[in-house]
Design a protein around this ligand. Sequence first.
Ligand code: F3S
Length: 356
Amino acid sequence: VEAPRLGVTFDMAFIDGDKRHYVECYEAVLPLLRQGGFLLADNTLWDGHVTDHDYDHDRGDRNDNNNCNHCRAGYGGRNADRRGVKHMSDKQIEITTAKSAGFCFGVDRAVKLVYQALDAGKQVATLGPIVHNDAVVNDLLSRGARIIEDISELHAGETLIIRAHGVPQQVYDKLAEMETDVIDATCPFVARIHRIVEEQTALGRQILIAGDPKHPEVQGIVGHCAENCTVFQTQAELKCLIDRNYGKGLAIVAQTTYNKLLWGDCIDSLPSDAPDLLVFDTICNATAARQSDADALSRQSDLMLVAGGRHSSNTVKLYDVCSRNCPTWHIENPEELHTEAAAIRACAETVWQNKG
Ligand code: F3S
């Protein structure tokens, strides 16, 4: 009989309250699942009672050549690291984490920079929340960081942290005038777009930006162009812009999280005879990779757990992708895992019975 398979994916990190440091997602979620009472592949109980099966593993090598009497899994003796040993006992649940999960490189880097600044004793203000994740933001606030919406709110002596989305050039200019201590956590992939549009602007090209005009990243990109830029959201809008500016020098870039399929449609519809048209594919793969890995895992899972902020559009997208394939739970914090544990266990029980 196969164990129910629980897939896990995240768009978040959990904060280790005791050590107060940023914990890598994968290491963080396993203890949480354990606390929730789940049996993991390393033989931790999921229903709170000891079975003969576990007892065999706990007491080490006795009569059976390093194999458990019940499931025959090898474990290598009393002190061996038992992680990764698979057991097929009653009520076991097999847990797999998606290949890519957790904060993307740019957000991970930004969050770490805030923690490093706080650890160095700086008075820190972030320009907007550093990440759409209440657990992380609240932890930073509890350590004394402030969130400001405008640099005019800065206090004397404070260090300003620019988040991964980046900011317009005029913000850098004002900060330089104010002689503010700045930590620039702009994601390098976003900074690359800033460089591209600056260079193409200097060469006299009109800049077309695929993205959401209200998104801070797009507003930052616009702020690195001169007056010569337009934001578009759809293939139809791009077509109008191309028709209107036909014959002029044009350069097209995309918001890093722009939909890859839409981007493909936009590029396919460009006229092949446009004399001076440059296309820069600036979409970041992190979001798309997380979604396709979550999709693949949820197709092979009986249930899925998606951990991330309730208001994080990335997390909601992960939830949508997974819930098309199997029953899916969205949790925002460790406490919710405990609340949902009974429901997840009930679902696992049903799957297990059906498989039996
Ligand atoms: Fe993240 Fe940077 Fe990509 S912030 S989504 S790694 S562009």
